[in-house]
Design a protein around this ligand. Structure first.
Ligand SMILES: Nc1ncnc2c1ncn2[C@@H]1O[C@H](COP(=O)(O)OP(=O)(O)OP(=O)(O)O)[C@@H](O)[C@H]1O
Length: 313
């Protein structure tokens, strides 16, 4: 993919805190128009990377391009087109949601004051907060605060949204609200880069993913590509397990689960499930059922990171 097609591109990006490497040699390629999940367990370097992408912290080494321009050199040109939600925005608790947005917008010298009212109302509407716009921010639920943070990121037109753990700390209702908002923002064509430690979240909202483990990128691509890299499994239901086992052995399959009437194994590369079916039939194995399963993304990521992922909602 060429640089022009990428919303974010990094090369050899590294960050050290003293001797500790928080991010090492990171090569990210975030396609324009994607919803890109930046997935990794706590402490794997996601927030550190996001802060460098937004010019909030200096890289120890490497290059960053955001919307085709170099960061931090072109930050002043690029960042007005980038909306960010990092580390839960701080609101004025006694001002209403609407007044908070007006204040934030006033502080943005790229935001024209003549259109302020209209833009604030449009952003409130976009995140579904119009009805609560007059309420003091301290009376907002966590989900509403997070949506107000997103409204703040949407006050001016954006080509890219960078969201650090946008559903962290939210209850299931708040989580659903924020996820559906992300989907609807993505359907308008905005590129969305969001970090998460939840595989289920990334699977639900993202088209692409990069997986971090202890500061290193261990996988990157579309969800479909990553699924396709995992190996398939075949499971056979048969009363003739002993004979089926012999057929598996001939084809180079090693069963890792077998019961009285069930045998399953990973399919080696180059052995399609059809070959297993045909060989079983040739050997007169009575097949009651045969299923083929792709490796789950979870299996794949556990294999890549050596860690379990939190699969909670
Ligand atoms: N300012 C800092 N000074 C020293 N070490 C830091 C600093 N910020 C982050 N680190 C370390 O860098 C590593 C990566 O942290 P980072 O916050 O980027 O991870 P993360 O994937 O975002 O995790 P989390 O979801 O917990 O924030 C961690 O080991 C962390 O302790």
């Amino acid at each position: 993919m060429s640089s022009a097609e990428l919303a974010i591109e990094t090369h050899s990006l590294s960050k050290k805190f003293g001797h500790q490497a928080a991010v090492s040699n990171l090569a990210l390629a975030v396609p324009r128009g994607s919803v890109f999940g930046f997935l990794g367990p706590n402490g794997s370097g996601k927030t550190t990377t996001i802060r460098m992408l937004l010019g909030l912290s200096a890289a120890t080494a490497g290059e960053i391009a955001v919307l085709g321009r170099s960061i931090p050199d072109a930050a002043a040109h690029v960042l007005p087109r980038v909306g960010a939600l990092v580390e839960g925005p701080a609101f004025y608790p006694f001002l209403s949601g609407r007044e908070n947005l007006r204040r934030f917008d006033t502080a943005n010298r790229h935001a024209p004051s003549s259109t302020r009212s209209a833009r604030v109302e449009a952003a409130l509407d976009r995140v579904g907060l119009s009805h609560a716009a007059g309420k003091a921010a301290h009376a907002y639920s966590l989900g509403m605060k997070q949506r107000l943070g997103l409204a703040n990121a949407l006050l001016t037109p954006r080509d890219l949204l960078v969201l650090d753990e946008p559903t962290n700390g939210l209850d299931p209702q708040g989580t659903r609200e924020v996820r559906s908002l992300i989907r609807s923002l993505a359907s308008d064509g905005t590129t969305i880069f969001l970090s998460s430690h939840l595989l289920a979240e990334v699977e639900q909202v993202c088209s692409h993913v990069a997986v971090m483990s202890t500061g290193r990128l261990v996988a990157q691509g579309s969800l479909d590509e990553l699924r396709a890299q995992g190996s398939e499994r075949v499971a056979v239901n048969t009363p003739d397990v002993a004979e089926a086992r012999r057929v598996f052995a001939v084809l180079g399959l090693s069963p890792d689960s077998d019961r009285d009437d069930h045998l399953s194994a990973e399919l080696p590369r180059g052995v399609p499930a059809e070959a297993v079916t045909a060989a079983l039939v040739r050997a007169n194995v009575r097949v009651r059922g045969l299923t083929v399963e792709g490796a789950s993304l979870e299996d794949r990521f556990v294999a890549l990171t050596g860690e379990g992922f939190d699969v909670a909602e």
